[in-house]
Ligand binder design. Structure first.
Ligand code: HXC
Length: 532
């Protein structure tokens, strides 16, 4: 071997070992990044019954589909010796992947790194993920597990939240945004989830509040635990902030997948059609006797919904809040739909402030994402009372009118029993540009119920009468005979068809089919002024 050849071989060996070293270095850095804040912090996380940021992403996405972005990002802050606490990812795992074959973007805050707190670098990563989701028209999913603004980074942390908020708003109505709460969310940090379309909370381990228990105690003197102030039970039943609640993180993640199964990837797509699942004839026959003989007796409107829609397809949203109205996603002949239904079992199905807000927001979401709306109506009116009036039922009820009137997606309505007064108009009446309105023979479409009506119309006669009770009964029966039916409205074309309850599914499927080609546009404007 001459000298030149020998030198060449040695050089090759050195080159190889250098590249090997570099590869090893990369793998080591990756390993470090994958360990987040370290084993001790991970153990602490599991002791609290919480998964790690990466486990959450893995459980959400189809196996092997996750592409991570910006793994090696670190903060650049040295306030309060923060330069000694630098971690790859900077406390958030970001990237994209697939859920049941559909592209989604995801960020997952890592509590093991500085408590998942958000500084400049973390905010930039999240903002980049949001930009990519918006640009490529795919849903954005965020796992929130964070101590909030990173205190050491001061105004840079606050600026980071601002950068996220503006993206939440700009993406609103363009791509679905889902927030999954799997830990703390405190202070202004709660506003990013609040700006998204759906908030899923996890029982026992997640909480959301603007000011924590100690500040509340100092300012108002009230005592409350984290759970009492902003746990999943409070936000699902009292505030309505949580749309869905998982008993643990696995269930919360299942809810994300279920939600996505009804949604298009963006506002320019149609929602995903699934294989048709029929209901059986016996179920449909039962509908003929579902309405009680006595109109004062309540019933559970879910008994109607579950029989009419495709079997096993109903995802109820905000189940425990404003229970006098039911909203949720479902399918009719495989096509995704949004259901809005008065619930006679709760407050007789009357519309109040919370029910109006709940239904209005749901309708606006469906409209933004091309999901047809089907309404089941049994409503005695707006809930009377000082509390309702003083707290703005006028404004909140107007939201619901606005939402129905503004929606250009296919809209179908079925009046099953009461449809009285203003509430009749609000609840997807023909007058708010609904496409097809059906009524069951049990429908009562009137300005008000018989009792109230005769008290107004015959006040003087009743006052003069010796047998007030008999007269009242006679007048009521007369009124019921004349007005409490669907035929006066049908004569005017306010009702397209009076149908047997057992025909409802078939009629709705037939009505929906041509409407899938519907094109309707609002007048050009910057945006409307919904009564907030
Ligand atoms: C920096 C933080 C942090 C924060 C937690 N950590 N929150 N570091 N900034 N905001 C760090 C802790 O110092 C600790 O670091 C590690 O994360 C784990 O936190 P622990 O306190 O040990 O965990 P735990 O006992 O589970 O308590 C969790 C917690 C608590 C309740 C969230 O950490 C907490 O109260 N944090 C502050 C919450 C808060 O007030 N945030 C600001 C909200 S205002 P070491 O090194 O010890 O492990 C806000 C404004 C946003 O966010 C405005 C937007 C417009």
């Amino acid at each position: 071997m001459n000298l030149n050849t020998e030198l060449g071989t040695q050089k090759d060996m050195i080159k190889k070992s250098n590249s090997e070293k570099k590869n090893e270095e990369l793998l080591e850095k990756r390993e470090e990044a994958l360990m987040g804040g370290g084993q001790k912090a991970i153990d602490k996380q599991s002791e609290k019954g919480k998964l790690t940021a990466r486990q959450r992403v893995e459980l959400l996405l189809d196996p092997g589909t996750f592409s991570e972005t910006n793994m090696f990002v670190r903060h650049n802050c040295s306030n309060f010796n923060l330069e000694k606490k630098k971690f790859y990812t900077d406390g958030v795992v970001t990237g994209f992947g697939q859920v049941n074959g559909k592209l989604v973007y995801v960020y997952s805050q890592d509590f093991t790194i500085l408590g998942g707190s958000l500084g400049e670098a973390q905010a930039k990563k999240i903002a980049y993920t949001m930009d990519q989701a918006l640009q490529n028209g795919a849903p954005l999913i965020g796992f929130n597990d964070s101590g909030g603004a990173r205190i050491q980074e001061g105004a840079n942390s606050l600026a980071g939240y601002g950068d996220i908020f503006i993206r939440n708003v700009r993406a609103s109505g363009v791509i679905p945004q889902i927030s999954c709460m799997v830990g703390p969310s405190a202070g202004g940090a709660v506003y990013s989830p609040a700006l998204t379309d759906f908030v899923i909370m996890t029982e026992d381990t997640s909480y959301m509040f603007v000011t924590g228990p100690s500040v509340v105690k100092a300012v108002t003197g009230e005592d409350a635990t984290f759970e009492e102030l902003g746990g999943a039970s409070i936000h699902s039943a009292n505030s309505g902030i949580a749309h869905l609640t998982g008993s643990d993180e696995i269930e919360s993640i299942e809810f994300i997948k279920l939600l996505l199964s009804y949604l298009p990837s963006n506002n320019l797509e149609d929602p995903p059609i699934k294989k048709i699942t029929v209901t059986n004839d016996a179920d449909l026959e039962c509908l003929n006797s579902v309405i009680p003989e006595d109109p004062q007796i309540p019933y559970d409107v879910r008994e109607i919904i579950l029989r009419v829609v495709d079997k096993g397809n109903f995802l109820e949203i905000q189940k425990k809040w404003a229970q006098n109205i039911i909203v949720g996603f479902s399918r009719l002949n495989g096509y995704p739909i949004g259901i809005v239904a008065n619930q006679p079992n709760n407050l007789a199905g009357a519309l109040d402030i919370n029910a109006s807000s709940k239904a209005a927001r749901f309708i606006r979401f469906c409209d933004a994402f091309n999901i047809p709306i089907i309404s089941f109506v049994d409503v005695p009116g707006f809930l009377p009372g000082l509390d309702q009036e003083h707290n703005g039922i006028i404004k909140h009820g107007a939201k619901l009118i606005y939402a129905y009137a503004e929606a250009t997606v296919p809209k179908l309505t079925v009046i099953t029993r009461k449809a009285y007064g203003g509430a009749y108009i609000v609840m997807g009446s023909k007058h708010l540009a609904t496409d097809m309105n059906f009524a069951w023979p049990s429908a009562e479409i009137a300005v008000m119920g018989a009792e109230g009506a005769v008290q107004v119309l015959y006040r003087r006669d009743l006052a003069k009468s010796d047998d007030k009770e008999t007269l009242l009964e006679e007048l009521k029966n007369e009124f019921i005979e004349e007005f409490n039916n669907p035929y006066l409205a049908a004569e005017k074309g306010y009702i397209d068809d009076v149908i047997l309850p057992s025909e409802t599914r078939r009629k709705l499927i037939a009505a929906l089919w041509p409407l899938l080609r519907k094109r309707d546009k609002l007048p050009n404007k910057k945006h409307g002024n919904v009564p907030l």
